[in-house]
Design a protein. Structure first.
Length: 287
């Protein structure tokens, strides 16, 4: 495999490209069995409210795959593959159903009632049955629609008319819509004007160098103000330090998410965090 480039061979990097293709094919073959064998697991990353008294504002569901051969496979390795071959339709439905079921169960067990947000891929969202899938997940779990949030990305919003109708139907039932990774697409600002959304999640790339970089800080403040001027709830992703948190709180940002508050947690760790917050009445990592 570590063959040297030689005359007559077009490009040396074809070998690593081939490795990449083989890896994708491997993953593609394994995905259906992984679902059957229960190798997928939901993790939860808390979102914190920083606009008033610090509090737990919700949880984002992040998918993990425990592959028996490779260990934990990050979503960026298998989700694009699943999107390409359509498996994301089944996988995404599983994530939605599991998330709603667990959220309802937590409510029934007396944990704090929080919104659970689920990432939706473009392929999933465009599928004609998507609304039915969401409605069934809610109905079968008994979760009230107001506790479900769907995270969509700008890149999927390339068909504004159809998208708008779908988003409106979801929102009319009380489901919340957030735009994920905001600022990384091409026509971010246009969507603010045209689409029915509730929450703007500012991509972590705008947060990373803040407050050290004056330029990034200025940009971040502008995006927060832009979101607020459209009446949206604004969340900053990828908050890793106290100085970032303080900067955001001082800039009118409503919610934060990131390692500084909490890493994504497995179910047991999430339940422990619920218990700790109920016992102390305080949310660690937010103040
Ligand atoms: P995302 O929805 O933007 O999720 C945020 C990502 O940032 C997560 O990566 C999270 O672990 C990571 N993160 C959180 N806090 C910090 C921080 O302080 N610093 C840094 N550097 N990173 C932070 P993860 O879990 O690897 O997920 C990556 C992406 O995979 C997600 O980006 C989302 O687009 C996708 N994804 C995850 N789960 C699902 C799913 O169930 N369905 C779909 N369609 N996509 C999913
Ligand atoms: Mg997300
Ligand atoms: Mg994001
Ligand atoms: Mg992201």
């Amino acid at each position: 495999k570590s063959k040297q480039a030689s005359v007559g061979e077009p490009y040396w990097f074809e070998y690593s490209l081939l490795d990449e293709i083989h890896k994708r094919i491997e993953i593609e073959k394994k995905l259906p069995k992984a679902l059957e064998h229960g190798e997928f697991e939901l993790y939860f990353q808390p979102k914190g409210n920083i606009s008033s008294t610090p509090s737990l504002a919700g949880l984002e569901v992040l998918l993990r795959w425990n592959d028996p051969d490779q260990g934990m496979v990050p979503p960026m390795e298998f989700i694009p593959v699943a999107e390409e071959n359509g498996f994301i339709i089944r996988l995404g439905e599983w994530v939605l159903r599991e998330s709603c079921r667990l959220a309802k169960r937590w409510q029934d067990e007396g944990y704090p009632k929080v919104t659970i947000s689920v990432n939706v891929s473009a392929v999933q969202f465009r599928h004609p049955q998507f609304i039915d899938v969401v409605e069934n997940a809610l109905r079968d779990s008994g979760l009230e629609p107001g506790y479900l949030e769907l995270e969509v990305t700008e890149t999927m919003l390339n068909d504004p008319v159809v998208i708008k109708e779908k988003l409106e139907r979801l929102r009319s039932q009380g489901i919340k819509i957030s735009i994920d990774d905001f600022g990384t697409g091409y026509s971010s600002i246009h969507y603010l004007k045209t689409l029915p959304i509730d929450i703007l999640k500012i991509d972590k790339s705008f947060v990373q160098e803040t407050p050290l970089s004056e330029q990034d800080s200025t940009l971040l403040v502008s995006i927060i103000q832009l979101g607020k001027s459209f009446g949206l709830t604004v969340l900053a992703e990828g908050v890793e330090s106290k100085s970032q948190l303080e900067f955001l709180a001082g800039s009118g940002c409503d919610l934060i998410q990131g390692y500084y508050y909490s890493r994504p947690l497995n179910r047991a760790a999430m339940e422990q965090m619920f218990k700790d917050s109920m016992n102390s009445g305080l949310i660690a990592g937010l103040s």
